[in-house]
Design a protein. Structure first.
Length: 107
């Protein structure tokens, strides 16, 4: 990880009965972002095991500015935001993180 790299953690909540739709829509958006935005280093979508309407995105970007600038203005993201009210209970909670330590198991 580069010093300027940032991890973006985004929490969503789907409307009742709309978790599958939210997962489908987010998966489509993720695939487009990863394909079309070179500043994105990867995105992982997680679903709460006890409350499937709770969704968590963990995204890695080259910088916070890349996320808050060009990414937030990308046509695929603005289109997603425009239809998100149909399946999300409200706006997401977005936080920014930088790595300070890591470990992987030796196998």
């Amino acid at each position: 990880m580069q010093k300027s790299d940032v991890t973006v953690v985004i929490r969503y909540e789907a409307k009742a009965g709309k978790a599958e739709t939210a997962v489908r829509e987010l998966t489509e958006l993720i695939n487009t972002v990863v394909k079309e935005e070179p500043a994105c280093r990867g995105i992982w979508l997680h679903q709460d095991t006890g409350a499937p309407e709770k969704l968590l995105l963990v995204e890695h970007w080259t910088s916070q500015e890349a996320y808050t600038g060009p990414h937030m203005q990308a046509p695929h993201l603005t289109a997603f935001v425009g239809r998100a009210f149909e399946f999300l209970a409200g706006p997401p909670e977005i936080t920014f993180w930088h790595g300070v330590s890591s470990a992987t198991p030796e196998r």
